[in-house]
Design a protein around this ligand. Structure first.
Ligand code: NAP
Length: 281
């Protein structure tokens, strides 16, 4: 069997077109969705991520405010800036690009962002809302993975989903979203002795580790949906995921490529969350 490729670029374009239309409708009613993006320091990867987020705002008609600060910015000054953006009615989402310089406590920064503007969904309140099944912002990467799974048309009810990785930003919220969709969920991590024993039973596998070849063909049930969140470099320096794509695509029913799978969806879901924040406001 050769798996169907789940095209994250195509889905992303479709969702961004929808965001652009809804943004235009909101503007016609006098509200322009606004996203503030804050970058502290000179991390080159962060600079690329931030640029892509600002560009996506431009494409969808969302107003963006980009603030770049010197690496020496104090935590107190950053928190004060966030408080000002919390009070600014033209801003509906606030994103502080991680990682932050060592002298700034990331969770303190995240908790300072008003829950109503926490479009990354990283605050304890947003995590609690997800856990309790309440409305709130879902972290963009797992939210995007759910949209990718939806395109397969497979009903998750009663299916076994295995998430590899348990970070607060990807693995754990991913597991909760799958649970909310009535899947039976298993979470594997670095302390799981035989991950294949779990993934071989799985109808859906989400790999979110940050290590190449975490999932190989012999670990996959024929016909399974495989979502690859990982972003790694292969020996030639090319972007690759956690999944051995060439092998697994011969066994899986559906699979996301890297690049072109989860990656574009993360920024798209940030646009969706910002728009929905403005719609709520
Ligand atoms: P993270 O915070 O480093 O978490 C990685 C998780 O993988 C941890 O829970 C860790 O387990 C687990 N792990 C490590 N080695 C393992 C192994 N050998 N077997 C099983 N589990 C193992 O990373 P993250 O932020 O969740 O990101 C994961 C990957 O997704 C990275 O490659 C990242 O770049 C990528 N990512 C991509 C996007 C995108 O938009 N495409 C967005 C976010 C992240 P322990 O908890 O036991 O240590």
């Amino acid at each position: 069997m050769t798996a169907q490729i789940i095209d994250g670029n195509a889905l992303s374009r479709q969702l961004r077109t929808d965001v652009a239309a809804r943004t235009a409708a909101l503007k016609a009613r006098g509200v322009t969705p606004g996203l503030a993006v804050i970058l502290v320091g000179e991390d080159p990867a962060s600079a690329v991520y931030v640029r892509n987020k600002v560009r996506a705002c431009g494409e969808t008609g969302i107003h963006s405010v980009f603030e770049k600060y010197d690496v020496a910015l104090s935590e107190a000054d950053l928190l004060a800036r966030i408080e000002a953006l919390n009070a600014d009615p033209s801003i509906h989402g606030i994103l502080v690009q991680m990682p932050l310089p060592k002298h700034i406590h990331p969770q303190r920064v995240i908790e300072t962002i008003s829950t109503a503007k926490d479009v990354d969904g990283y605050s304890v309140q947003s995590a609690g809302d997800l856990m309790a099944g309440l409305a709130g912002f879902r972290p963009c990467t797992p939210y995007g993975c759910m949209k990718l799974i939806e395109t397969t048309g497979i009903d998750l009810k009663g299916k076994h989903a295995v998430v590899i990785g348990r970070s607060n930003t990807v693995g754990k919220p991913m597991a909760l979203l799958l649970l909310q969709a009535n899947a039976t969920v298993t979470i594997c991590h670095s302390g799981t002795p035989d991950i294949g024993a779990f993934t071989r039973q799985a109808d859906v596998v989400v790999a979110a580790v940050g290590r190449r070849n975490v999932l190989t063909a012999d670990m996959v049930k024929p016909g399974a949906v495989v979502i690859d969140v990982g972003m790694n470099r292969n020996d030639e320096g090319k972007l690759c995921g956690d999944v051995d794509f060439d092998g697994v695509k011969e066994v899986a029913g559906h699979i996301t490529p890297v690049p072109g799978g989860v990656g574009p969806m993360t920024i798209t879901m940030l646009m969706v969350n910002t728009l929905e924040s403005a719609e709520r406001a």
